[in-house]
Ligand binder design. Structure first.
Ligand SMILES: Cc1cc2nc3c(=O)[nH]c(=O)nc-3n(C[C@H](O)[C@H](O)[C@H](O)COP(=O)(O)OP(=O)(O)OC[C@H]3O[C@@H](n4cnc5c(N)ncnc54)[C@H](O)[C@@H]3O)c2cc1C
Length: 162
């Protein structure tokens, strides 16, 4: 098996069509990873970022305490045939419609996430789980952006022997 490095551009293209990945955050040295839906946004002339939404809970509490996050996506066909992308970035909560913010704010996040038909489903599932755990809190989705500082991609391809 060969493992080749993907270019930054190829890695971003994979994130653009990924839809769901694993978001890692850390608090006081303890890592925490959960699957989340996201949309890649590439403002003309600006740095790429990811938009997502979340229900209130542990990951938001932790990202507020420490905004440095990592997002991972992978596709595994076989032990010698897989692709993965890892992005390091910084969490920013979108609290309002701030047209002055580069790339837009909450309004833009809503518009981009709304394009994906299934984007709301996991949030509903998370809410159902929260209700199941007898949490009385109201459902207030929080929109956020992850500014991508670094992105790398690896791809495994079968060697000549198969
Ligand atoms: C395919 C997919 C896409 C998803 N997309 C989103 C999204 O876009 N936005 C969003 O908010 N949520 C999404 N979820 C749900 C998400 O993974 C979390 O379960 C949820 O957001 C709650 O996270 P929290 O940190 O707020 O947990 P809390 O409700 O605060 O609960 C924390 C406790 O629950 C456990 N826990 C939390 N999540 C999981 C999990 N997924 N699996 C096992 N244990 C868990 C933790 O270990 C911890 O003990 C998605 C889930 C899936 C499977």
């Amino acid at each position: 098996v060969y493992v080749e490095e993907l270019t930054r551009e190829a890695s971003l293209e994979l994130l653009a069509r990924a839809g769901v990945g694993r978001l890692a955050c850390a608090k006081e040295g303890q890592p925490y990873v959960v699957p989340v839906s996201f949309v890649l946004h590439r403002p003309p002339g600006g740095d790429p970022c990811l938009f997502g939404f979340t229900t209130p809970g542990q990951k938001v509490d932790w990202m507020r305490a420490n905004p440095l996050v990592c997002l991972e996506w992978d596709e595994v066909g076989a032990p010698d045939c897989w692709t993965s992308v890892v992005a390091l970035g910084c969490y920013e909560e979108l609290t309002g419609d701030d047209p002055e913010t580069e790339g837009g704010g909450r309004e833009l996040a809503l518009r981009l996430l709304g394009r994906h038909a299934e984007w709301w489903e996991p949030g509903s599932a998370a809410r159902a789980a929260a209700v199941h755990r007898s949490r009385a809190e109201a459902f207030h989705p929080i929109y956020y952006r992850v500014h991508i500082d670094q992105v790398t991609g690896h791809r495994a391809v079968p060697g000549p022997g198969g």
